[in-house]
Design a protein around this ligand. Sequence first.
Ligand code: KG4
Ligand code: ZN
Length: 364
Amino acid sequence: MYVLGIESSCDETAAAVIGPGHKLLANVVASQFDTHQRYGGVVPELASREHLRAIVPVVRQALEQAAITYKDLNAIAVTEGPGLVGSLLVGLTFAKGLAVSLRIPFLGINHIEGHIHAVVLEQQSKNRQIKFPALALVVSGGHSHLFFVEQSPDFEYRYRLLGRTRDDAAGEAFDKVAKLLGLGYPGGPLIDQLAPHGDPRAVSLPNVRMKGNQLDLSYSGLKTAVLRHVQQANMDDEIRTRRRMFLKKPRPTTDEILLVSSKGTLDLIASFQQTAIEELVRRVARAMEQEPAKAVIVSGGVAANSGLRRQFESLPYPVYFPSLKLSTDNAAMIAAAAYPRLERREQSDMSLTAKPGLALSSLE
Ligand code: KG4
Ligand code: ZN
């Protein structure tokens, strides 16, 4: 079975093909970095327009990479939510139209489930099986969710939400702190790049105490603490210099950023990253005590963070990450989540609409 995956929930237009034996044959991602970076974040109207422009060439490129044609496709999988409504609609409408014209089934997929299946797909391709039940932490620009995941013998997956952020998603916190410090967008990779140059214990930042569900998370206190530190440490000139540098050159090298960053700033960046990640590791460690899980899956854009990988790898149970390429948004993960369902002949009908706030939970 050849499955075309399409993903357009935010600011990447992506298409991928998974073929017989769950093999990833093509994975194409068109980034909208150049469109949005000057605004310091994703502009929804521009994102939809860029998806419209990119969707046909991206799908064509994926088919070429997989060395197949439209006629070889057996099914189409597409993100139905959560995400930006205008962006989702572009992928969904395209997928429906293509499915009708090729007379093949299509299936709407939850983007968060997709992030989890990026990891399942890659472990399968290495002939390794993740031990289920497992915990899955999805940390990206839009979500910070912790799930308990069960797998049935015929590869049906069921999810129970254990905890989630009450305010910012982890990636959003990285992006906002980076913006505050005069760094470009998205800020997560920049913070990751700079953190090893600072001392993570230099600035004392608060850990969160949650009322109610101890597996929930909050980043607003940490963000405010960073802001207060910036105000007290008189970092304004330095921040303005960096902002000017990013305006002139959106992708400076690490050395160029280091030249305009004081030890105080680098220490703050390292301390922020350390604290933000500790929050995630603590939640997962606590959930492992409460639930009969055998392994941990960590996925989503923030799972690309090298500090995060190091801290999670020191936990005393198997922890699985996606490759860097499949950590951030892509369509391989959408095709991967759909594949076992399509094998069970699941499909969506033409009334399927975009669901910007779609939740993931099938276990009570
Ligand atoms: O999964 P993703 O591509 O899109 C969403 O579903 O949101 O995640 C993007 C987020 C952004 O907030 C970005 O700053 C963050 O992931 N991110 C990182 C890293 N790479 C991407 N955060 C920390 N460290 C990284 N290396
Ligand atoms: Zn995502």
